[in-house]
Design a protein around this ligand. Structure first.
Ligand code: NAD
Length: 236
């Protein structure tokens, strides 16, 4: 079956995505050809985005975070918009994303399970007051709350657990799905990558520029850009 035929045959699609879904919007992934792992930093990204690094060297954490994860002026791409359209058409029940950029919501998606949190939400570690993305972007050094506490992004750093409500919502949607579309993820960051094993539906589709461990299990494995692949799909 083609991707269009699979989508026509589905009424409970879940999309499981990663950093590759946002590269067409201008945000670097980690392991793709222009990914952060191929750029030169003092430490690898999984060290700089770990909780112990955040606690030990917050200035360096925030310098990296502002530079690479708070990219200015980014907009959703064709993949984000098509998924929102599929949800409005009543065919897609949930977007489960490892991304923290909020672009699915910007495109109009409503039911989004953000497994790794969001750069849009930040809170004071001392008093709990919340702050938006611009507050962190416009701050220098370590962002501080009016009370003096450090303002921490609500993103799941390496060494931190996933939020259990979000996890439950994601796993429940994947278990109920008739079609799972996995896209733009190297499927190497756990526990998120393991979520696809909760799928027991009819059609497993993979869209990724490079091969993944899931290719052999998928009914359809497409090695191409997610936005370019999804843009011509008819939602209804
Ligand atoms: P990853 O970087 O490990 O893998 C991305 C995969 O997407 C690669 O296999 C690459 O070949 C593929 N890819 C790149 N561009 C693509 C495109 N246009 N269409 C289809 N495939 C494409 O990403 P991951 O598996 O999501 O793991 C990285 C972790 O880093 C995640 O936990 C995520 O939270 C975080 N992260 C998030 C963002 C973001 O929010 N935009 C960006 C970088 C990293």
């Amino acid at each position: 079956m083609t991707l269009q035929e699979i989508i026509d045959d589905s009424s409970r699609i879940v999309f499981f995505g990663g950093a590759g879904v946002s590269t067409e919007s201008g945000i670097s992934d980690f392991r793709g050809v222009d990914g952060l792992y191929r750029q030169k930093y003092k430490y690898p990204p999984e060290v700089m985005l770990s909780r112990s690094f955040f606690d030990r060297q917050p200035e360096e954490f925030f310098a990296f975070y502002r530079d690479k994860l708070l990219v200015d002026g980014v907009k959703p791409n064709a993949a984000h918009y098509k998924l929102a359209e599929l949800e409005r058409a009543g065919k897609l029940i949930c977007v489960v994303t490892q991304n923290i950029d909020g672009l699915h919501q910007d495109a109009g998606s409503v039911n989004v399970a953000e497994l790794h949190g969001s750069v849009r939400r930040n809170y004071c570690m001392k008093c709990g007051r919340s702050y938006d993305k611009e507050f962190i972007k416009n701050s220098t050094g370590v962002p501080r709350c009016a009370c003096g506490g450090i303002v921490k992004p609500d993103v799941v750093l390496y060494e931190e657990p996933l939020d259990s409500d979000t996890t439950d919502r994601a796993l429940d949607a994947i278990a109920r799905a008739d079609t799972l579309i996995v896209a733009g993820t190297s499927l190497t960051v756990y526990p998120a990558a393991g979520f696809v094993s909760a799928f027991g539906g009819r059609h497993l589709v993979l869209i990724n520029l490079t091969p993944t461990a899931l290719d052999s299990r998928a009914e359809l494995a497409i090695h191409a850009k997610a936005g370019e692949t999804l843009k011509d799909i008819k939602a209804d």
